[in-house]
Design a protein around this ligand. Sequence first.
Ligand code: SF4
Ligand code: SF4
Length: 463
Amino acid sequence: MASDSQAKRIDPGTPFYKKRYVTFSIITFVVLILPWITIDGNHIFLLSFVHMRLELMGIAFDMQELYLLPFLLMFFFLFVLFITTVGGRVWCGWGCPQTIFRAIYRDLIEGKLLGMRKLNNKQKEPDMSQPGNKLKRAVAIVIWSLLAFVAAANFTWYFVPPEDFFVYIQNPADHPILMGMWIILALFLIYDVLKLGEDFCTYVCPYVRIQSAMYDPDTVFTIYDEKRGGKIYDEKGNKIGKKPLGEKDECTGCEACVKVCPTHIDIRKGLQLECINCLECADACRKVMAGLGKESLVRWESPTSITGENKIRLVRFRTMAYVALLTGIMAALLIMGSTKESMLLNINKSNRVYKVEPIGDLTRVSNDYIFLFSNTQSEAYEFYFEVTNHDAIEIERPTEPFRVEPGDRVRRIVVLYTDEDLSESADRDTRYRLNIRAYAVDNPEIFVEREAIFVYPASDKVQ
Ligand code: SF4
Ligand code: SF4
C-alpha cells in the first residue's frame, strides 16, 4: 500500500509563495533604488512640493504644467481596475507594501530568523509563555522598527529627493516638517505591522470595498473547487463540518488551507472580502493533494474555468476595453511629454494701463507688466526676452539678462515703451498684440513664446 501511494504522488511544482517572495524582492529593490536614478539631472519620479515641480521619466514639469497629473492619476486608477478585473486582488497578494511588510515581519523575522512561528500555521500566534519568546519578540520589534524608518525614508524620497534628504537630516531642527513626517510615517508602519496586521486590508484599505464590483465570471482569483472537494458550508454560510459529507468528495478536512491563511478565513466558504489572494492556501492544498496524486482543490482560476465551463479567458471585451483606454492615456501622456515647453513664462499686465511722459521733443508711452520666468531645466541659465513683431516697441526694464537657478522662478517688473506715435484713433485707445519671445541667452534651444497686449492711448490724450 505504501508503495502504491508513493507511486501516486505527483510533483506539486514551484509553490506560489516562492514566486511571491521573488516578486516582493524585485519590487522592494526597484522601489528602493528608483529615487536615486536621474536622467539629465531629473528623477524618474519626484513630486517636489518645495520646488513646486514634478519630475517624470527624467523630464521636469513645473506646477503650471501639472495638466499631466490628472492623466497620471487616471492611468493609475484604470490600471488598478484593469488588474482587478483580470486577476482579482492580485495587487494585494503580490505587490501591496502592506503584504510585503507583513511577510517581512511575520515570515522572515519572526518565522525564519527567530523561529518563533511555523510558516504553515499563520493563524497561531507565537506562544509567549515559551522560554526566550519574549526576548525574541523584543528583537523582532527592534528589527522591524529600524526597517520601518528605512521604509518611511524611502517613501519620502519620492517627495524630497534622497540627495536633499540626507543633507536635511543632518540639521533636523531646520527641517521640522520633513522630520515630523518621517517619524510619524515610521511610527504608523510600526503600529500597522505589529498591531493592525491583515485587519488593515479588511477594515482600513479602501480598495477592498471596490474590488468585488470589478469581478466578472472570468476574473481569476483564489478559488476552492467545490465540485471536486465537496461542500463545507451551506447556502447560508454555516459550516456543515470540517470535512464534506459525500463519499466521493475529495477534501480531506485537513484544514491546512485554513491554518496557513494570514487573514484567518476558510477559502472553502467561497469568495470573501478578507481574501488577499496570497495563494498560501493553494500551496497548502497542493502539497496535501500531491501526496494523494491529485490536483490541488484550491487554485488560481476563474469561476467558469474551475468548473470546466471555459478556459481562463484573459482576452475578453472588458479587459480589451481597459487596454484600449490605458493605451490612449499613455499615448496622450507621451505626446504631452514630448511637446513640453523648455521654459515657462507667465505675463500679467499691471493695473496701470499706460504711462505718458514727455522725453525731449518726443512723447513716451509705456506699459508695465509682471513677467514670471520659470527655469524647468536642471542647469542655471541667463534669461532675457524680446518683442518680435513690433520694432517700435522697446524694452525699458529690465536692461539686461538675469540668472535663474534650476527649478526656480524669477519675477521681473517689465516696462515696454515706444517713442513713436502709434495712436490710431483720436478718442479710443489702441491695443497692440505683442509676440514676446523669452529665451536662455546661453542656450538657443531654450525659449518660449507668449502674447501680451500693449495699450497706446487715443491721440487726444497724447497731445
Ligand atoms: S487543504 Fe485541501 S484538502 Fe485540506 S482542508 Fe483545505 S481544501 Fe481540503
Ligand atoms: S484564503 Fe487566505 S490564504 Fe487563501 S488566498 Fe485568501 S488570504 Fe490567502
